[in-house]
Design a binder for this molecule. Sequence first.
Ligand code: NAD
Length: 488
Amino acid sequence: MQQFQQYIGGRFSDGSARFESRDPATGSVWAMMPEAKTADVNAAVDAAETAFFASEWAGMTATTRGKLLYRLADLVAENAQTLAQLETRDTGKIIRETSAQIAYVAEYYRYYAGLADKIEGAHLPIDKPDMEVWLRREPMGVVAAVVPWNSQLFLSAVKIGPALAAGCTVVLKASEDGPAPMLEFARIFDQAGFPAGVLNVITGFGPECGAVLTSHPKVDHVAFTGGPETARQVVRNSAENLASTSLELGGKSPFIVFEDADIESAVNAQISGIFAASGQSCVAGSRLIISGKIKDAFLTRLTEKTASVVIGSPDDMATEVGPLCTEGQIRTAVDLIAASQAAGAKVITGGAPLDCDGNYFPPTVIDCSDAPNAPCLTNEFFGPVLSVLSFDSEDEALQLANDTNFGLASGVFTKDLTRAHRMMRSLRAGIVWVNTYRAVSPIAPFGGHGLSGFGREGGLQSALDYTKLKAIWLRTSDDPIPDPFVMR
Ligand code: NAD
């Protein structure tokens, strides 16, 4: 049985309690994880606070911070395979995807390393003759970062990277489902040479670990990725301390295909958009909105290709769809599909868990053309389930696409340039992909609105988001200050 430890103040420890982690591909326990209770959370926040105010980190130049982040990026790249194998083992995400994604995570750290010494202040052209005013951008302080299981190394890089570039310190709470890659990341981070306490990595359950961390009076900012219901609790928690929050939540993203689209390309992108990562992706293109003129041809090609998707063990490079991370997701999928069928939706392919060990659910397509109120159109599955609607006009496509409380991602397939521009403008989502889907980069901001949260990760602004502004006023006149009762 493999054993993992938490990382607090530069030291590794077992945590106040231990819990079992199951392999989603087999259902068997394979590792023991540290469970952070209140005392561990307090110790982690104290370590982050001490590092922020009273370690060499506090006086370190931005350039040196950047160099440490570059070293971290190199270490992530060197250890990408180990990290990928652990993520695959503990979350069931296929090795084909974790290998590529974690190699790219190193590029995220490189990007933030480069930003560290580009966080500039300003001198203001103030409207008073005897005054100089500067703006300093200072790090926010202690950041609580909370992530879900899927793509943890990636989702934590877009928090840890900009936070450290800005000079903050971080307590990262890994998901209780599949924390192994983050606990191993802590070992790699430890080799990079950051002062103790700059990053602390703990894991544990929502109520005792997550809630204590996100309501902690010493936390200045909470960066959260997860579901909307947990996000509401996190915002309530952070209100205790009036800490600021950024929220990256789920989605029910539309994938719109017009009749002039390149069908083969759109089918491949749709498969990637909903079946890659077994649909456990916040940007999953889970609502296909297809022109009625090509609906039958498109669905025929989609189901043909879906039938040849390789379902298998996540550690096999040939596997394209692996198990879901938790058993609970299977129950959610089964219940939502049953409720959708009761509302008139028709399952075209898939629809029931596979009869084998592990949390396997096959790629599923549900036609909702006669069931506009089917719950599968509004609820996030976090599984490989695609719901289909068709349209007769561009206006109808747009109306269906925007008929959601989420606002994270969207996709449009068309060769008509002016129509593409109209759609880009009118889609209510933080990301619009045209003739592509599921493309990400550290250079491009990522995030949504509505039930998809607020704040952006990635891009230049993301490092600024971990700073606060200080206005500094300097009076340049040697004359006595005039009338003290008049505001100047
Ligand atoms: P979740 O909301 O259940 O859990 C996320 C994290 O919050 C976990 O670490 C959990 O322990 C913690 N948590 C739970 N209760 C808490 C509480 N009361 N206080 C503080 N923390 C608490 O999410 P999940 O089911 O693990 O992940 C799936 C969700 O994440 C989906 O909705 C998905 O769309 C979303 N997601 C969003 C993005 C994005 O970038 N927008 C990326 C990936 C996943």
